[in-house]
Design a protein around this ligand. Structure first.
Ligand code: MN
Length: 499
């Protein structure tokens, strides 16, 4: 569903006419070599497209306007191989509507000690050319990421790729549609928020759709389609005895498959990239979608429960940013704690809806009663999430007049306990720097109980992403000090409310 190579980053090189034709040609050859290297590198997930060297104010303006309106272009990388007087960039930068990365690199990694002469010096000027460019970007107050280092270095490529993935997710949000079946869970605060402000800031829309209209699509699914999906379930999962053929809960499985097919049709027909629902409004549905939601998330749809459209959108963004990386991204809830001294950890789960992309094991397909909602026993996939040395939880909250992203680095673990009576998928993690500091910090920061749990994204991805929206990021990690964090929150309140 998500192919990052469909997204293009444009590689733009600045220079000037002063150096003559021969030098400009060399600049172009070098720039093309770098752009092609990035494009072919396995470390860069998007396409990188070389563009002709820019030497005039008009060509800069035209190219940046074109980048802004081109649907495939998700961002531009700039590099000044030589000096490129930056007043030429003012008009173009002011017109640019796409994310900007300033790659502060140099064609040569080393000084050629024996052969260096003034020709070399005149060609390899990024050390000062990029400073001239950077000056005007800062002066204009233009948001961008600066990455410094040799263009073949792994840490440079990783940092560029983090930004490129964030660009793809950002582009994906622009004009994205999220469906909300039913309203917010009654009386819940954090899952709600200002959808109009979100559309203005983030570019996606959230609108409500009647559950009854979804049920019509579900009811129209044919038996043949359902039987085919049941076969897929049987070949993909380990079925509990009561859902196997002629088992006492087989019909619940058939109903669940019909719900999955209907929901997928509804989402495809409406061009939605994610959805939310609530167990308080399942009018006409036989059961709360469990396996349906789990599998739709696995296919790339954003989702969060109880009407939580912000987390649904964030899960979708994580799906795009994490496409092709080992590990998964899922809607998550801090469910219950293990507070034994020295072993503190969080059990993350939801009523049903955890994405099987978090596990490498074969999920079990089971039907059990759900204590709330008053519907038929729903089918769900049950599994333990894989351990992940560098995992995180991210939460997007509406602070009233502004949005905040809270990120906590965690270590995903598997406690290797059986838990035979727990009929839901679950993940365990140890928050950094400790459960005590992380949870207190999270609560001070107004973080939600709903998150996207990621096994393959880092703080850098989310920081790059949040920068496009110009929203605050509160990070809780190994170096977090609670007192400093509380002060940061106070400062941020001042800064972000006055902006
Ligand atoms: Mn919930």
């Amino acid at each position: 569903m998500i192919d990052l190579k469909e997204f293009q980053v444009w590689f733009l090189t600045g220079s000037q006419h002063l150096y003559g034709e021969e030098t400009i040609k060399q600049v172009a050859d070098h720039a093309k070599e770098i752009a092609d290297y990035l494009n072919d590198s396995e470390d860069i997930s998007v396409s990188v497209v070389f563009k002709p060297v820019l030497t005039t104010s008009d060509s800069i303006f035209d190219t940046l306007v074109e980048a802004s309106s081109d649907k495939k272009c998700i961002g531009v990388v700039t590099w000044m191989h030589t000096f490129s007087p930056a007043k030429m960039w003012i008009r173009g930068l002011k017109a640019l509507q796409k994310p900007l990365l300033h790659l502060h690199t140099q064609y040569n990694s080393e000084i050629p000690w024996d052969s260096i002469d003034m020709d070399f010096m005149n060609l390899n000027q990024s050390a000062h050319g990029d400073r001239e460019f950077g000056h005007i970007v800062s002066k204009l107050g233009k948001q961008r990421k600066v990455v410094t280092g040799y263009w073949k270095d792994e840490d440079v490529l990783k940092s560029v790729d983090s930004w490129a993935r964030a660009c793809a997710a950002w582009q994906d949000w622009q004009g994205a549609k999220f469906a909300r079946f039913g309203d917010n869970m009654r009386e819940v605060s954090v899952t709600d928020g200002d959808k109009v402000a979100a559309e203005e800031r983030f570019g996606f829309s959230v609108n409500t759709y009647a559950v009854g209209d979804l049920v019509k699509v579900i009811d129209a699914v044919s038996d043949a389609e359902v039987q085919e999906l049941i076969k897929e379930y049987e070949s993909t999962y380990t079925l509990a005895e009561n859902v196997q053929e002629s088992g006492s809960k087989r019909q619940n499985l058939i109903d669940a498959a019909q719900i999955e097919l209907g929901m997928k049709k509804f989402l495809e027909q409406g061009g939605f990239k994610g959805f939310s629902n609530t167990f308080e409004d399942l009018y006409g549905m036989k059961q709360l979608p469990g396996i349906a939601t789990q599998r739709l998330m696995e296919q790339g749809y954003g989702y969060a429960g109880e009407g939580d459209w912000k987390t649904a959108a964030l899960v979708r963004a994580a799906k795009v940013m994490g496409a092709g990386l080992k590990g998964g991204n899922s809607f998550m809830e801090d469910y219950t704690y293990h507070l034994k001294k020295g072993e503190e950890m969080v059990l993350g789960a939801h009523m049903l809806e955890v994405d099987p992309s978090l596990t490498s094991e074969k999920p079990r397909l089971e039907v059990h009663p759900l204590s709330i909602g008053g519907k038929d026993d729903p089918a769900r996939l049950v599994f333990d999430g894989d351990p992940a040395e560098k995992a995180l939880n991210a939460s997007l909250v509406d602070m009233g007049g502004r949005f905040r992203l809270v990120v906590n680095d965690v270590v995903g673990i598997n406690p290797n306990k059986d838990m035979p009576k727990l009929p839901v998928a679950r993940v365990f993690w140890k928050p950094l720097p400790s459960l005590q500091v992380a949870a207190s910090g999270w609560i001070y920061a107004a973080g939600a109980h709903h998150t996207v749990y990621s096994q393959n994204l880092s703080l850098e991805h989310f920081r790059d992403f949040a920068a496009f929206a110009n929203i605050e990021v509160v990070h809780i990690g190994k170096d977090t000090d609670l007192y400093q964090l509380q002060k940061e929150l106070l400062w941020n309140d001042k800064y972000y409310t006055e902006k």
